[in-house]
Design a protein around this ligand. Structure first.
Ligand code: ADP
Ligand code: ZN
Length: 642
């Protein structure tokens, strides 16, 4: 990430007596180029690698896609012995190990999915010093057998991945993580590096404390993901909006759709599939084997959409997820950021899209009110929800708000909906007063309150059965709001609830109530500006779709023009390269991105290398891949010379 502000955010570290452009730094860069095929380190990668490779501890906070893996992989290669990576993501270890082997790193994993024989082979390799990296599940690591095994092997480092799993307050809590402090006691001289993409200060302190990393150097990267475009639209017909969004802007691409409930996950997946978007469901209520198959298919096949609850996603490092869509609003900005962060890890343009409406606001509040937790917990939950609502309702740059939430100051980004198409606001003072009077009148007339639908019907002068049943067609507020459509009234009401100008009684059928602030509004003491309901035309969406695919993450070095429109010949070569990759991936049973990323194939198509030396210069082509695939690729790039 180019605008990484690590240097600004990191506490000034005591200057190490570093050799000028140290030999270590040079060796690290050589591995980056030769083994991984990349030109330069990103952000604070180089500093982290030096710290750990020279034997120091590190606590690394970097957003998803920031490049955390290299921060322990390269030190493990630089130091004697094996780098032990502790990760809760058993289902993904195979892929991680495959990807490393593809670039010629001697990697293996130990977890409960291995047969006894395979595990024995890994243990043997460990004893004979034939491993560079070993991935271990925490429960496995903590067995006496494994700890003894490690005591006999030279260890380069311990990397504790997804370190926020140690936090008892987070939703990824793993009790075994609490016992990882044993590593420091047993292996006091082995450097440790803990990594996470969870940014808040509380979690950070908890990690340092529980893992005994108070003395470790902290590296806090900028949490900006400039290639992700944030968009939050008003929910009208969410499924239809989703289908249009995918159809117009992401046809044939991989994406994740988050829903709040299992039933909705199943429905939405089926519905998308029926309408020509290949989609799979994923939630914790599904059979484990089916879930695993769906995850594997999502990783291996191209252009699949995963419809899931939040049970899906941690550690999914599929680089080419082009969009993350939310059909329901997450409960906190942390959740939203973690989920949307799964888009665009390859640094190419990606979108975070959410449909959000009145029901989201009402339901989320109700979940909190009706939960069993104590008042203190409810207060925290409400504050988190308020921040999320603030983000959804803001008429200013979304990214500024997001980053501010994580304590980072920034400028308008030019790559969110509000920057690209500044929302139109209108003076809603009069409408707000009409609505509040109507809430007041219906309650006064009947002695009890009514919900949104009823109040809006009365406002719009609709004498439906329910309205006449209560005689509300005779109220003075009947029909005073006929000038706005139902959708417009829902939009007004949602924004007012989000701001606390209307209350909702969750214990009594979600009926609307007045609040302190609504009384001030009714008395004419305050005015209100609201965002105008934007009913986009299909044409406007198309235009935006076209634009979004021409604007790349233009600040990024290696993918600067990553999504430019390719000329016909280049596109044809790119397609052939992808076809070739599909063949390799399926015979070798690897996800295609483990063979090469799209960005690398695109670059190859554009530059058309004629020999191995030219091919080696392309980002993503390291020594090993050059040996394995160089000739194949040159056959393709030189074939259509004539
Ligand atoms: P994280 O674990 O922080 O989410 P990863 O380690 O999976 O991120 O890296 C994200 C992507 O960026 C990977 O595809 C990785 O190969 C790529 N990457 C990491 N560092 C670099 C670099 N210095 N230059 C180019 N690509 C990089
Ligand atoms: Zn913006």
């Amino acid at each position: 990430m180019s605008n990484d502000s690590a240097s600004v955010l990191e506490p000034a570290a005591p200057a190490r007596p570093a050799a000028p452009a140290s030999a270590l730094a040079e060796a690290a860069l050589a591995i980056l180029r030769r083994t991984f095929g990349y030109d330069a380190f990103r952000g604070s990668q180089a500093a982290i690698i030096e710290q750990v490779a020279s034997g120091g501890d590190a606590l690394v906070l970097m957003p998803t896609g920031g490049g955390k893996s290299l921060c322990y992989q390269i030190p493990a290669l630089l130091r004697d012995g094996v780098g032990v990576v502790i990760s809760p993501l058993i289902a993904l270890m195979q892929d991680q190990v495959d990807a490393l082997r593809e670039v010629g790193v001697r990697a293996a994993f130990l977890n409960s999915t291995l047969s006894g024989r395979d595990a024995a082979a890994v243990e043997r390799a460990l004893r004979t010093g034939d491993l560079d990296l070993l991935y271990v599940a925490p429960e496995r690591l903590l067995t006496p057998r494994c700890l003894e095994l490690l005591a006999d092997a030279p260890i380069a480092l311990f990397a504790i991945d997804e370190a926020h799993c140690v936090s008892q307050w987070g939703h990824d809590f793993r009790p075994e993580y609490l016992q990882l402090s044993v590593l420091h006691e047993r292996f006091p001289n082995v450097p440790r590096i803990a990594l996470t993409a969870t940014a808040d200060a509380l979690t950070r302190r908890e990690i340092a404390q529980r893992l005994g990393l108070e003395q470790a150097r902290e590296f806090v990267s900028s949490f900006d993901r400039p290639n992700i475009r944030y968009r939050i639209v008003e929910k009208l017909d969410a499924r239809k909006q989703l289908l249009e969004f995918i159809g117009n802007e992401h046809a044939g691409q991989a994406g994740i759709v988050y829903c709040a409930s299992r039933a909705k996950v199943e429905d939405t997946a089926q519905w998308l599939d029926k309408h020509g978007v290949p989609a799979l469901p994923y939630h914790a209520g599904m059979d484990a084997a089916v879930r695993a198959t769906h995850q594997a298919r999502f990783l291996r096949e191209e252009g699949l959409v995963m419809v899931a609850t939040i049970a899906f996603g941690m550690g999914i490092d599929k680089p080419d997820v082009r969009f993350v869509a939310h059909l329901d609003m997450p409960r906190s900005v942390e959740g939203y950021y973690q989920e949307t962060g799964r888009a665009g890890r390859d640094d190419l343009p990606a979108q975070a899209w959410m449909a959000y409406g009145l029901a989201d606001v009402v339901q989320q509040r109700r979940f909190i009110e009706q939960s069993e937790s104590d008042d203190a917990h409810k207060r925290i939950s409400n504050a988190k929800l308020d921040a999320m609502l603030g983000l959804a309702e803001t008429i200013e740059c979304r990214r500024i708000q997001l980053l501010a939430y994580f304590g980072e100051a920034s400028q308008p980004c030019g790559n969110c909906d509000n920057c690209l198409e500044p929302p139109i606001t209108w003076d809603a003072t009069e409408a707000a007063r009409k609505l509040l009077s109507c809430v007041y009148r219906v309650r006064q007339a009947s002695g009890f309150g009514f919900g949104a639908q009823h109040v809006i019907a009365v406002l719009r002068g609709q004498a439906n059965a329910r309205v006449t049943q209560y005689g509300h067609e005779t109220l003075s507020t009947f029909g005073i709001g006929a000038d706005l459509s139902e959708a417009e009234w829902r939009s007004v009401l949602r924004q007012m609830i989000a701001r606390g100008l209307v209350g909702v009684d969750h214990d009594h059928h979600q009926v609307l109530m007045l609040t302190e602030d609504s009384r001030a509004m009714l008395r004419g003491e305050t005015t209100l500006a609201l965002r105008k309901l934007a009913l986009e035309s299909a044409a406007a969406r198309k235009r935006r779709g076209a634009r979004s695919s021409t604007r790349a993450g233009s600040e990024t070095a290696d993918a600067g023009d990553g999504d430019e429109v390719l000329d016909a010949a280049t596109q044809a070569l790119f397609d052939r390269l992808r076809e070739w990759r599909r063949g390799i991936a399926s015979t070798r049973q690897l996800p295609s991105y483990v063979v090469f990323h799209d960005a690398t194939l695109r670059e190859i198509a554009r530059r058309r290398p004629r020999d191995l030396a030219a091919l080696a210069l392309i980002s993503g082509v390291g020594q090993r891949k050059l040996e394995s695939y160089g000739d194949d690729i040159l056959t393709l790039t030189t074939a259509d010379e004539e």
